[in-house]
Write a protein that binds this ligand. Sequence first.
Ligand code: NPG
Length: 369
Amino acid sequence: MRIQQVELRSIDLPYVSPFETSGWREMGSNAILVRIDADGFTGWGESPVGPGPWYNEETTATAMIMLRDILAPVLMKQDIHEPEDVQRIFAHVRANRIAQSGLEFAVWDWFGHAQQKSLKSMLGGVRDTVSVGVSVGIQKDIDTLLAVVGGYVDAGYQRIKLKIKPGWDIEPTRAVRNAWPHIMLQVDANSIYTLDHAEHLAQLDEFGLLLIEQPLGHDDIIDHAKLQRALKTPICLDESIVSPEHARWAIELRACGVINIKPSRVGGFAAAKQIHDMAMAADIPVWCGGMLETGIGRAANVALASLPNFVLPGDISANARYFIRDIVTNPFVLNEDSSLTVPNSIGSGYELDMDYLDSITTQKVIVKA
Ligand code: NPG
């Protein structure tokens, strides 16, 4: 097929509550949604970018320019025979992977609709449900944190991830561990520490955490390998693993015991699957990260998390944890066992609420072949 038209939308979709990490604070999603049309079928994708380059180098503005001026025009000049072709066509594009992933997802979705297949079956998913947790942002004090975590535990989440930073790490983690001695618990630093903090971070070992996510530099692998030798808790890399090559380097250097796979961070599903397969061969468990995706990106993450080596709970909470109102009419709802059900319907399985999507669209750009 050849894509005839690409539609790009930036959105402003409010969260239920602000989300704060060691490096930034967000009030809502400013993702770019990507729609492709070809041969009477449609595919949707999402590039979960935000206003500033705080997670990686990309922003809503840079992703819009990349998609409009480079990625969509390049892709529309090529015949696409299978979704994996997108990775080959973009092989010479440097970085800008979240922007690339929006188009790549849309192509997978298009093939799902054209070939009447579910995304789960196209990706090789093996699970009917995927186990999930919730990521808890930095709070103003420990009492508030305990109340917020308590709300999620009462809602049925069996795995909690705490955002940490210097001054908000050991004590909040201790407080949550004391309050819920048996809950699956992990922490995420979003690259705020240095190797000088090794002894400080080793204090986290006593809390029986599943993992410590991305303590050091966003592009570091070497220092993480050194830090891993000083910690009992497995390090999980997120920001540092931007491609299958980076995963190979991290595995060879023993820089981590776990890998967080976010398909958007690595440019799409083809790269995500390659990292999944490589980690499985090396006996490294993976889990599916999240970037507060709308219902479009969330459904994609749920399908990916049904692959066999996704053995730890994902940052894929039910839609209601994120948005006052999401852009889909059939949101995921948390099952009693802290899982979400993987759709078997065609494509990713969501129904878009077009009127609401129109009302939260801040910019719409059409690129024609
Ligand atoms: O449940 O989608 C979710 C949020 C999980 O903490 C989460 N995401 O650093 O992993 C992260 C963080 C993130 C949010 C990263 C937005 C990038 C953008």
